[in-house]
Design a protein. Structure first.
Lengths: 713, 356
């Protein structure tokens, strides 16, 4: 295979890796598929060069169409025109890959692939990006290496150059160096505090039900479909819980029910929330660190009662008077939740008064219901005097029902009455809604709460992965002195059903391993920030400390204090590395060329840029400039004469001579610049001053000088 | 007051300075400027947005730069070079061959360029395996005849990515001898100076054309094809020609007068002398050259032409040169001069007349 063909295939492969990275975040849309098709064809069998113009024409037509679309979206619809821009980029990528084997086309492919890679970073891609990035680096190493050899071969007219397979293997192995530097730089480069920057996060996906502005009961027919997608992951900094699968992750609360749909009333007056719970319930606090959130939900999750939420990514957090915690910002939510004890002490519940403030009257709203519902609630609570007793008896009653993922078959059955009196089976929304309705019918303020229950514990990373299957709904009941207390009327059979459902997704052992990797990816790469960086540095510093036994950089101990000063050994090593780096750079940048040679070479470069190079020796060069009346020929000749004296005549021209060389170099450059600004006409007189017609004296001088270049015998 | 530095300390300082400033340089190629500029811009974008994946990409770009620096250093580090300079003719391209040895025991050296410091021309060799040799040929064109000193060979590479040019200098003293052009149209020398009898000059045994048969020798460019000894050529596999004792009765003495200012006329005179010698060679005649500085005894053949051209390449005109002494009576010589021709010479080619 020729170097040119190999170069094209590698470049197309590199672009394909960038495309995979992009698709990892943005998904496989039509434009991505078109680009993938073009790149695949370029890698497998490049079309004949005669097709080049047709392909180029077709690409241009599509680009123009996309351009018009972009303008329409930007100025007429006034919407997001980025999809059109990305489509243009992708079509260009596919089109360029199919163009003839020309090094310039490959150069454009480099640029487009790199632009696509940058675009991919904006979509908050998952672990697939990591794999695509590795492939991109390896293929880019090979493509750039082969490309460099190819360009050199073309420059020196050596078309038969082949790149041995062994060389390619070695270069691929060397790309590990690039990856290592990349990772080291990623870890070491100082991050700004997260308030200083705002990270974009694209990618929408389907919105997970239950965490928007409303929840509906009315669906009927069929069965709830499992959703094993991870909603968020939870770490427990204070130690692993005994049974994390029984933890409730509270999200949204709903106060208004119309018989089918739960909604929230905006601007409900303040109640107890935040630190008020810690004061009233007492007991130790619990901390959880949560990574991510369900798609499309702007709510944060935590164990009830949520006392405080500390964001750890570029988001802003607001806790509503209802206790719901919302966030703003396009970054993926990463936050630490501090919660109070799980439930208030039993004696406080039992002695809580029942005279409710008018502030919670909104939680007594009821839809139009069959009288049988209220009758049922009354009959259940007749023997109970305390509020907690009434709640418990209703909870116990509902737990005798059957948990089922099958949806009601008819609309009539998909109501609270249908659930309570006919089906006596349903999913968690029915249980919680029925309990709230019954509680309200006996005058107890209650609300419906959605969130998650449990999750899958992952030993490969020691965290809890909460999936869509764990979505749950339960009840919060108002106790005047204690606030909202959770109760769950859903029978325990739910757990077995959910486990069975999740098990099909999680039974594959590699899934745990993969999810652990993905968690690390999100935690240590996408959400790497100043705090984590300090944590890493502390860990490295600990490696040099004497007491290594407790010096694991990733131990989950409390390291919230100020970073420790690195020990002297680490400092010394850092200084040594820094010094070696400086020396290395100096070694690379220094050179033995004399000032005279540097000036002369600078002069030649200046004229080469003006396409006035080509002569072999210095005097040949200067004389050629004079012959061709090049701009600045006179100062150029003077510089060359000084150079020849110093370089070949063994003469020390001294600082004055060198200063003069610099000066005439500036003059020659100025003349070239002036000539560029004012192109010389073919029939007009030569520009005055810079390139005068050599006089007789000058010609004599020229002849005299010529003898100084070659050494006579 | 300047404090004298002890010799050992000065030596140490020199060594340290040399270590800090080794004979190698780093330049950005055009792509390198773009790449580095792009890295800087990406760095600003990464810091500005806090997007960690941009940091990862930026790290990748810096990784490419690091790898490029490391590999290019390995490429030019252990190279040894020798130069083979052909005889060049003014105005015609000549290829200097650079024989490069890769002293690295493990790594091949890729994409190595070689050329003279201060000259544009570069030769290139794609790959040199460890411990092996490679040859890069650079095409130079000198406009004027002369002896050009060659001092430093620049070895460079753009490997692996073409982002940077790493150069290393090797001091290899040498020279390029550039012959004058010999294709100028000139008339034949007049009879009085055309073929003269040898008088006083000893040239017995020198090689010539069409004299008494002396033996066989390998063919050299410029030999008369009629002298090829076909039977021997067929036996040994390469062209062999007959060599003859020079015809002592037919030798052309060219005398080049260097007593003239250097300049275009002087160059014209040199080219006329070369053209007259070349014409004599083509006619199969013996010819010699005498100047104030050196003499080439009359002989024929391509080797004689080389000797004459060598001497012409080194000819140095100056107004204060001594008067030219003819090796034989001037009436039997052909004078080539850049100045005013003097009487008494058998024939005169004056540069002002253009060799007519």
């Amino acid at each position: 295979m020729s170097a040119a063909m190999l170069h094209r295939r590698l470049t197309a492969g590199m672009a394909f890796a960038a495309l995979l990275a992009y698709a990892a975040g943005a998904g496989w849309s039509l434009d991505v598929l078109v680009s993938a098709l073009g790149l695949t064809v370029a890698m497998v069998r490049l079309p004949p060069a005669s097709w080049g113009p047709s392909i180029e024409r077709a690409t241009r037509i599509v680009i123009v169409a996309l351009c018009l679309w972009m303008l329409y979206v930007a100025f007429v619809v006034v919407g997001d025109f980025m999809p059109a821009v990305m489509a243009m980029l992708l079509v260009l990528l596919g089109g360029e890959a199919l163009r003839p084997l020309d090094a310039k086309n490959d150069g454009r492919l480099y640029l487009l692939a790199f632009a696509l890679m940058i675009a991919a970073t904006a979509y908050y891609p998952g672990l697939a990006f990591a794999a695509a990035f590795v492939a991109f680096v390896v293929l880019a190493t090979l493509a750039m290496m082969v490309g460099s050899l190819r360009r050199q071969a073309e420059r020196f007219d050596a078309p038969g150059v082949r790149v041995p397979r062994r060389t390619l293997g070695g270069a691929a192995a060397l790309s590990a160096v690039t990856l290592l530097v990349s990772v080291a730089f990623f870890v070491i480069f100082p991050r700004l505090p997260r308030q200083w920057n705002v990270q974009g996060r694209g990618g929408t996906g389907d919105v997970m039900a239950g965490f928007g502005d409303g929840v509906s009961l009315g669906e009927h027919g069929g069965r709830l479909t499992p959703n094993p997608e991870v909603a968020f992951r939870v770490e427990f900094p204070d130690g692993d819980p005994v049974y994390p699968e029984a933890t409730y992750w509270r999200g949204r609360s709903f106060d208004r029910f119309d018989g089918v749909r739960w909604t929230r009333t905006r601007g409900l007056p303040g109640q107890i929330y935040g630190s008020g719970y810690a004061r009233r319930w007492g007991g130790p606090v619990r901390r959880t660190r949560i990574f991510g959130g369900p798609a499309g939900a702007d709510v944060l999750f935590g164990q009830h009662p949520i006392i405080s939420v500390e964001p750890r990514s570029a988001i802003r957090v607001r806790q509503e008077p209802t206790g719901d915690v919302l966030y703003f910002g396009s970054d993926a939510p990463v936050y630490t939740v501090t919660s109070g004890r799980e439930l208030p002490p039993e004696r406080l519940l039992a002695t809580s008064p029942q005279d409710d403030s008018p502030l919670v009257s909104a939680y007594l709203q009821l839809p139009r219901l069959a009288p049988a519902v209220r009758a049922l609630a009354d009959s259940l609570t007749r023997g109970e005097s305390s509020r907690v007793g009434k709640v418990r008896v209703m909870e116990a009653y509902l737990r005798t029902f059957e948990y089922s993922l099958d949806l009601p078959e008819t609309r009539r059955d998909a109501t609270i009455e249908g659930f309570l009196f006919r089906r006596r089976a349903g999913h968690c929304e029915y249980f919680s809604s029925a309990m709230v309705v019954m509680l309200r019918s006996v005058g107890i303020p209650a609300r419906n709460v959605t969130g998650f229950l449990g999750g899958e514990w992952n030993d490969f990373g020691d965290y809890l992965a909460v999936t869509g299957n764990d979505a749950h709904s339960w009840v919060e009941v108002w106790f005047p002195t204690l606030g909202w207390v959770p109760f769950d009327p859903t029978p325990p059979s739910r757990e077995a059903l959910v486990n069975m459902q999740t098990g099909t997704g999680w039974s594959w052992p590699a899934r745990f391993w993969f999810d652990g990797l993905e968690h690390r990816w999100y935690k240590w790469v996408l959400d790497y920030n100043l705090e984590k960086q300090l944590e890493v540095f502390r860990g490295i510093g600990d490696l040099f400390s004497r007491n290594r036994s407790d010096a694991s950089p990733w131990s989950r101990g409390d390291r919230s204090g100020a970073p420790r000063v690195p020990p002297l050994v680490a400092l010394a090593v850092a200084l040594l590395v820094l010094g070696a780096g400086v020396m290395w750079i100096r070694r690379g940048r220094s050179g033995p060329r004399s000032a005279e040679t540097r000036s002369y070479l600078a002069l030649r470069r200046a004229y080469e840029r003006a396409r006035l190079g080509g002569a072999a020796g210095p005097m040949d060069f200067a004389e050629r400039l004079e012959r061709e009346r090049a701009p600045g020929a006179a100062p150029a000749m003077e510089l060359v004469r000084l150079y020849v004296r110093a370089r070949f005549g063994g003469e020390d021209i001294g600082p004055a001579g060198r200063a003069r060389m610099d000066q005439v170099l500036r003059e020659a450059r100025a003349a070239l610049r002036a000539a560029r600004r004012r192109p010389r006409s073919n029939d007009g007189p030569p520009p005055a001053g810079n390139s005068p017609e050599p006089s007789t004296d000058n010609a004599d001088e020229l002849r005299r000088r010529r003898g100084q270049e070659p050494a006579g015998v | 007051m300047k404090i004298p530095v002890p010799k050992s300390l000065a030596h140490l300082r020199t060594r340290v300075r040399r270590w800090l400033k080794p004979p190698r340089r780093l330049h950005f190629s055009r792509g390198g400027w773009f790449f580095t500029g792009g890295s800087v811009m990406l760095g600003f974008a990464a810091v500005g947005t806090g997007n960690n994946l941009l940091f990862l990409l930026l790290g990748g770009m810096l990784g490419f730069i690091t790898l490029s620096g490391f590999l290019s250093e390995q490429m030019v580090r252990n190279l040894e070079v020798r130069r083979r300079v052909p005889r060049a003719t003014a105005g015609s391209p000549a290829r200097i061959a650079y024989e490069i040895r890769n002293g690295n025991r493990r790594l091949s050296a890729y994409s190595i360029e070689a050329g003279e410091d201060g000259h544009e021309a570069r030769g290139w060799v794609a790959a040199i395996p460890p411990g092996a040799h490679g040859v890069a040929r650079a095409e130079h064109t000198w406009e004027h005849r002369g002896v050009y000193p060659l001092e430093t060979i620049v070895l460079s590479t753009t490997f692996p990515f073409g982002l940077f040019v790493k150069e290393r200098d090797r001091d290899v003293p040498g020279e390029a001898v550039v012959w004058p052009r010999a294709d100028r149209p000139v008339r034949e020398p007049r009879p009085s100076g055309e073929r003269v009898r040898q008088a006083g000059e000893a040239y017995a045994g020198s090689a010539g054309a069409r004299g008494e048969y002396r033996g066989l020798r390998p063919y050299r460019p410029g030999d008369d094809p009629r002298d090829v000894h076909w039977r021997t050529t067929a036996r040994v596999g390469h062209p062999v020609v007959r060599e003859y004792e020079r015809d002592r009765s037919r030798a052309l003495w060219l005398c080049l007068d260097l007593r003239a200012p250097d300049g275009d006329l002087a160059e014209d005179a040199v080219e006329i002398a070369a053209a007259v010698a070349s014409a004599a060679l083509k006619r199969g005649e013996a010819f010699g050259l005498a100047t104030q500085d050196a003499r080439v005894r009359p002989a024929g053949g391509a080797a004689q032409m080389e000797r004459v051209l060598d001497l012409l390449a080194r000819a140095r005109f100056r107004p204060d040169a001594p008067w030219l002494e003819a090796p034989v009576p001037p009436a039997e010589c052909v004078l080539v001069t850049a100045g005013t021709p003097l009487p008494g010479w058998g024939d005169v080619f004056a540069a002002v007349e253009g060799g007519r």
